[in-house]
Design a protein around this ligand. Sequence first.
Ligand SMILES: [Zn+2]
Length: 134
Amino acid sequence: MSEPLLPIIQPNDGKPYVAGSRCTQCGHVYVGPREVCAKCTARDAMEPVHLAETGKVWAWTVVHRSFPGVATPFVDVIVDLDDGAHIKGTLVDVDPQAVSADMPVRMVFREAVPAGADKPYLTYLFVPAQGAAA
Ligand SMILES: [Zn+2]
């Protein structure tokens, strides 16, 4: 059985979060489960954590062509989360021309419906940290 691509956890009675791992030896934080720390090579030293929901844009691109049914343009980003993890995502509720390096962003969870599908799934997105609604 393979691991899910997006380690999004939604407890029955709580707010969803993205699962991560923190090395108890060096403190480095990763997206998803890990058994070995890539930074300090410690084994069996990882503890599960909820990833930070705030961070800053590290890199981005504006996507103008995508799969049928996917609205363009949209902004693909790599975000440096405040806990040190790096995560890829989509930045929404923003003018693509207004995106800049180190722009503060916030993670939100929304349902999305893939083209051709009838059931939504929960995903995380990023929005500008200032003045955005969840
Ligand atoms: Zn480590």
